[in-house]
Ligand binder design. Structure first.
Ligand SMILES: [Zn+2]
Length: 139
C-alpha cells in the first residue's frame, strides 16, 4: 500500500505513536524497516481478509513483529497477551478523557464538600478537579 507522509502521520498520531497491539513506543522514522528499533507498519484493525477496508478508521500503527503475530487473528488475542484491551488513545481522545475526569471529580468533590457548608464545597471541588485531572488515562 502506497502511503503519503500526511496519512502516515495521521495514523501514527492515532495512538500517540504507540503500537495499537502492545502499547509500546514506535519509532516514526523506522516505518517499514524490519528489525529496526520501534519498527512499525500500518495494520488493518479488521483484516482485509475479513472485509476490512483501507479507510483511515481501520488503519492503526503496529510493530512489524506484533502485526506478524496477529496475522489474520483478532486484535483481542494479541492485546490480551500484553495485558491491554483497547488501542492507545489519540491525543484528542486522551485530552477529552482528562477533562471529563476533572469535571466528574469536581462534581463529586463539591457534593462531598457540601456536608461542610459552602467553604467545604469550594475546597472539595478544587480537590476533585486536581484528582480528576491527574487520574491515569493512559492506555
Ligand atoms: Zn507492538
Amino acid at each position: 500500500m502506497k502511503i503519503d507522509d500526511e496519512t502516515l502521520n495521521k495514523i501514527y498520531d492515532k495512538t500517540r505513536g504507540k503500537c495499537h497491539l502492545c502499547h509500546k513506543k514506535l519509532a516514526f522514522s523506522n516505518y517499514g524497516v524490519p528489525g529496526a528499533r520501534g519498527a512499525w507498519e500500518i495494520e488493518h484493525s479488521k483484516p482485509k481478509s475479513k472485509g476490512g477496508t483501507d479507510h483511515l478508521n481501520n488503519l492503526y500503527p503496529a510493530h512489524i513483529k506484533c502485526n506478524r503475530q496477529k496475522n489474520n487473528g483478532a486484535n483481542k488475542s494479541i492485546r490480551s497477551k500484553h495485558g491491554v484491551r483497547n488501542a492507545p488513545l489519540s491525543y484528542k481522545a486522551k485530552r477529552k478523557k482528562v477533562i471529563k475526569n476533572a469535571i466528574g471529580y469536581t462534581a463529586t468533590g463539591v457534593a462531598i464538600g457540601r456536608i461542610f457548608g459552602p467553604g467545604g464545597m469550594l475546597v472539595g471541588g478544587a480537590i476533585g478537579a486536581i484528582l480528576g485531572s491527574k487520574r491515569k488515562t493512559d492506555q
